[in-house]
Design a protein around this ligand. Structure first.
Ligand code: PLP
Length: 279
């Protein structure tokens, strides 16, 4: 089955998709993106992802080229052309194509790229035993709530994690841990979820919001407050949330076991609730 791309209003096999060398996404990382999951052929929380796409674009002054209905129709067609039931969909919108200059000469037409790829369910074993994470110093800019395609600091942090045999890097700034390179952080202490509050220093994760809602429905308290790095080591449990990892229990931080060193009862509850919610 084909991986599909949609580039500026044209569908094609992903292998044939091209954008200009003069595109500002390539030249400057001047663009924003979204990633969403398709379960059983249906995009998960599409409205929330499109809302965040609009917020990111607005924050950097890129006009959003499509209405919500148009996005939904194009994504639906791309998914059905691919034939994939389990898929990941990237949407990328850049400021457009122009001769290289930091400030473009005039108004540009944004470049729109959508890709659809097959997505295997996450490896069950990792969820059964829990994952390793490391902490890294947060060298990103101060507008991390914008889902920018400029991901160099995230790429380097993720490589640092992989080199240490871990699956994720947690960003620490001024003694507080904010989020992972591709995930949000929730610690669990005395059966209460504690997660850093939304703001400019972290991405407002769609999965984070879903999981906080599921916890509340299950009668588990939720606090949105800053998390000091030390609190990682005193947590009973830790989970990460994200579109690709869903709810991932953490077994060790920098080699030190979290709680019992295996996924705990709240993590297992949240994983089960999330599986039910995604269908
Ligand atoms: N934080 C960062 C930096 C991310 O890149 C991501 C996802 O890619 C997340 C958090 C999780 O967000 P979501 O649940 O919307 O996928």
């Amino acid at each position: 089955m084909p991986e599909i791309a949609f580039v500026n209003d044209v569908f094609m096999p992903l292998s044939e998709a091209r954008v200009s060398v003069e595109d500002r996404g390539f030249q400057f990382g001047d663009g924003i993106y979204e990633l969403l999951r398709v379960y059983a052929g249906v995009p998960f929380h599409l409205t929330e992802h499109l809302g965040r796409l609009e917020q990111s674009a607005r924050a950097i002054g890129i006009p959003v080229p499509y209405s919500r209905d148009r996005w939904a129709a194009v994504i639906s067609e791309a998914v059905s052309r691919s034939g994939f039931q389990e898929a990941k969909v990237y949407i990328q919108v850049t400021r457009g194509v122009a001769p290289r200059d930091h400030v473009p000469a005039g108004a540009l037409t944004p470049t729109v790229v959508i890709t659809v790829r097959a997505m295997a369910p996450p490896a069950a074993e990792l969820y059964a035993r829990g994952a390793d994470v490391v902490t890294v110093s947060d060298s990103r800019w101060a507008r991390c709530n914008i889902k920018s395609i400029g991901l160099l600091a995230n790429v380097l942090a993720k490589q640092q994690a992989r080199d240490a045999g871990a699956v994720e890097a947690l960003f620490v700034r001024d003694g507080y841990v904010l989020e992972g390179a591709t995930s949000n952080l929730i610690i669990i202490k005395s059966r209460c979820l504690v997660t850093p509050p939304e703001g400019p220093l972290l991405l407002s994760g769609v999965t984070r919001k879903v999981v906080l809602g599921l916890a509340q429905e299950a009668g588990v308290a939720v606090k949105e407050q800053p998390v000091a790095e030390d609190e990682l080591y005193g947590a009973d449990e830790i989970v990460l949330t994200g579109t690709t990892i869903e709810v991932l229990p953490i077994a060790r931080v920098n080699g030190r076991p979290v709680g019992s060193g295996a996924p705990g009862p709240v993590a297992r509850l949240l994983m089960a609730r999330f599986r039910e919610a995604r269908g």
